[in-house]
Design a protein around this ligand. Structure first.
Ligand code: DX5
Ligand code: ZN
Length: 231
């Protein structure tokens, strides 16, 4: 699959959100970080703001829910208009039930794994998910350093997804997303490991021209995939 870029508005100007969302219209997905100061130590924004973001965004919204009780809240974000809802495995009582609820609402169901959570917890249920997010930092804050020790986890999800497609168990592989410390220096390694959706906050909004940063990330990541041989 072609590499997709998902700018995180955590690094945008929250007083000029509509303008900053328009600035990333050449990207594939708008990454909106929802934090509740319980699941993670930080607090960002919630349902009413996501509802408005969806209305003004020129590209589909993926809500990354770093919150407790996603069993209740994840479907609310689907109803608010997110095209994709990403919830944390660690916070979920029943991850498969959440994914089924999301799909029943017509949105993409995505499960996220913190750095300490092994890929094996979701590999038997891959068919339930449209995307798997392998966190490459501890969730909670933008601008942290990429964790290279997450590369084997990306490779493990990629291998399992490709094997499920090869065996006919799946018709299409879930997208594999990475989030945290993604920049032109780190994008090649995650793309070569098998990630196909790259979230970037500071590497997009920290640049003078976000559209140029998106294009640069896309082309350097795509180049690393074309050079790899496991697809
Ligand atoms: C962190 C968030 C990320 C954050 C990434 O918990 O989930 O989406 O915005 O920021 P960068 O790209 O700056 O590491
Ligand atoms: Zn995020």
């Amino acid at each position: 699959m072609a590499i997709q870029i998902a700018p995180s508005i955590l690094s945008a100007d929250f007083a000029n959100l509509e303008r900053d969302i328009a600035r990333v219209s050449t990207a594939d997905l708008l990454h909106v970080d929802v934090m509740d100061a319980h699941f993670v130590p930080n607090l960002t924004l919630g349902l009413p703001i996501v509802e408005r973001i969806v209305q003004v965004s020129p590209i589909p919204v993926d809500a990354h829910l770093m919150i407790e009780n996603p069993d209740y809240w994840a479907p609310r974000y689907a109803e608010a208009g997110a095209a994709s809802v990403t919830f944390h495995y660690e916070a979920a009582k029943n991850p498969v039930a959440i994914a089924r609820d999301l799909r029943a609402l017509g949105v993409r169901a995505s499960v996220a794994l913190k750095p300490g959570t092994d890929a094996s917890v979701i590999l038997d249920d891959l068919k339930e998910f449209d995307m798997v997010l392998v966190m490459t930092v501890e969730p909670g804050f933008g601008g942290q350093a990429f964790m290279p020790d997450m590369l084997p986890k990306i490779e493990a999800v990629r291998a399992a997804a490709d094997a499920a497609v090869a065996s006919g168990e799946l018709t299409v592989a879930p997208w594999i997303q990475v989030d945290g410390g993604i920049a032109t220096a780190t994008a090649p390694s995650v793309a070569a490991a098998g990630a196909d959706v790259l979230v970037a906050g500071s590497a997009v909004y920290g640049e003078p021209f976000p559209a140029d940063a998106i294009a640069a990330l896309r082309s350097i990541a795509q180049g690393a995939v074309s050079g790899a041989h496991h697809h």
